[in-house]
Design a binder for this molecule. Structure first.
Ligand code: MN
Length: 347
C-alpha cells in the first residue's frame, strides 16, 4: 500500500503573528489555532501540537488521550505564568489508517471529507453560533456569515479537564481529507472550497491555492490548510454542485442569544470580561477570554445558578438577557446572590 500524499500551507493573513500550527506526520495530521493575549495563543497552539505529535510518535497513544494530555500541558503552562493565563487553542486532529479516519476535535477549526467531487464536513464548530445551528435556530450558511462566529464555547487548555469530540468515519480509496483553521472558512464558502479541490488534484498545490484564495478574499486571520490524498483511484464525481451561498445575508436580530447581543453591543466584555447573563433559561456567570485579534475569542459559563430568568420581574430579566458586566468573579457572584435574596423562591 502506498502512503497518502499530502500538502500543507499557512499564512499570517493581516495579523502580526501566525498562531496557527499544523502537524503532518503520517498517519497523524492536525491543525491548531491559538488564542490568548500577546503571544499566549502562540504558546498554546505550539504546545498542543508538540505534545500530540510526540505522544502519537513515541508512545503510539490513542489520539483522544493524546489530545487530553495536550490539554493538561497547555492548562498547566497557563497556570504557571500570568502572561499565559486563559490561553487556549483549537485542535482538529485525524489519524488516517486501515481504511478509517479517527477524528478528535475541539474548537472551530474543521475537518472535511472530499469524495466523488463532493465536500462533506466531518466536525461541528464548538462556537456559540455552532450551537445555534445544532439547535436549529440559524442555518449553517447564516452561521458562516455571523459576526460573532469565532466566539468559542470550548477550547483546549482553558479547563483542567476537556471533553473532546471523538469519532471515526470509514474512508474509501482516493478520498481526500482537508483540515483547516477558521481563517479559511471565514472567507471561503464550502462550495468554493469544493470547487478548488475538484480543480486541483495535487494536495500540495490544493493546500496552497486554498490559502491563497482566502488571502485574496481578504482574510484578516491566520489561514492554515492540510490536504491529504488517500491512495487509490478516486470515486468519479457524480456531484451536483452545492447550492450557492447567499452573500451578505442579514441575520434577524431575533436569533441573537443574550450573550451575542452583549458582544455585538460593543467592547464591554473586553473591559469587563466577567458578566451575569442568561444561558438556556438560567442566570449564569460568563467569562470572556480575549482573542489574539481584537475581540473576544472564547466565552464560557463558569457558574450556573438555579435561578430561572423567566421567574424574575420583566425589567430584571431584560437586564440579565442583555448582560450585566461585573468587576470580577466575586462581583459577579455577588450579583447572583442578590438576585437569589431578592427573588428567593425562584432560587
Ligand atoms: Mn483563527
Amino acid at each position: 500500500m502506498t502512503d497518502p500524499s499530502h500538502g500543507a500551507a499557512t499564512d499570517v493573513g493581516r495579523r502580526e503573528t501566525n498562531q496557527d500550527y499544523f502537524i503532518v506526520q503520517p498517519p497523524l495530521y492536525a491543525v491548531a489555532d491559538g488564542m490568548g493575549g500577546h503571544r499566549a495563543g502562540d504558546v498554546a497552539s505550539r504546545t498542543a501540537v508538540e505534545v500530540i505529535s510526540e505522544k502519537i510518535r513515541d508512545q503510539h497513544e490513542a489520539l483522544a488521550e493524546a489530545v487530553r494530555e495536550a490539554n493538561r500541558a497547555v492548562h498547566d503552562k497557563a497556570g504557571s505564568d500570568p502572561k499565559l493565563r486563559d490561553m487556549g487553542t483549537t485542535m482538529t486532529a485525524v489519524i488516517l489508517q486501515d481504511g478509517r479516519a479517527q477524528l478528535v476535535h475541539v474548537g472551530d477549526s474543521r475537518a472535511y471529507l472530499f469524495r466523488a467531487g463532493e465536500l462533506e464536513r466531518l466536525t461541528e464548530d464548538h462556537s456559540v453560533v455552532g450551537r445555534m445551528v445544532r439547535e436549529g435556530r440559524i442555518s449553517a450558511e447564516e452561521a458562516d456569515q455571523h459576526p460573532q462566529r469565532s466566539v468559542l464555547e470550548k477550547a483546549l487548555g482553558v479547563e483542567a479537564e476537556l471533553d473532546v469530540d471523538s469519532h471515526t468515519v470509514g474512508t474509501e480509496p482516493g478520498d481526500r481529507i482537508l483540515l483547516c483553521s477558521d481563517g479559511l472558512t471565514n472567507v471561503l464558502a464550502d462550495e468554493e472550497i469544493q470547487a478548488i479541490l475538484a480543480d486541483e488534484p495535487n494536495p500540495e498545490k490544493a493546500a496552497k491555492r486554498l490559502v491563497g484564495e482566502a488571502i485574496k478574499g481578504g482574510a484578516n486571520d491566520n489561514v492554515t490548510t492540510v490536504v491529504v490524498n488517500l491512495p487509490g483511484e478516486p470515486v468519479p464525481a457524480t456531484a451536483r454542485p452545492l447550492k450557492k451561498r447567499r452573500k451578505g445575508r442579514v441575520i434577524a436580530a431575533a436569533v441573537l442569544v443574550a450573550v451575542l447581543a452583549l458582544l455585538v453591543g460593543g467592547r464591554a466584555v473586553l473591559v469587563a470580561p466577567w458578566w451575569v447573563g442568561e444561558d438556556r433559561g438560567n442566570v449564569v456567570i460568563f467569562k470572556g477570554v480575549e482573542g489574539s485579534f481584537a475581540g473576544v475569542k472564547f466565552v464560557r459559563v463558569v457558574e450556573r445558578s438555579e435561578v430561572e430568568v423567566a421567574t424574575l420581574p420583566e425589567a430584571v430579566a431584560d437586564d440579565i438577557k442583555e448582560g450585566i458586566p461585573a468587576e470580577d468573579r466575586m462581583d459577579a457572584e455577588q450579583i447572583v446572590r442578590n438576585f437569589k435574596r431578592q427573588f428567593g423562591d425562584s432560587a
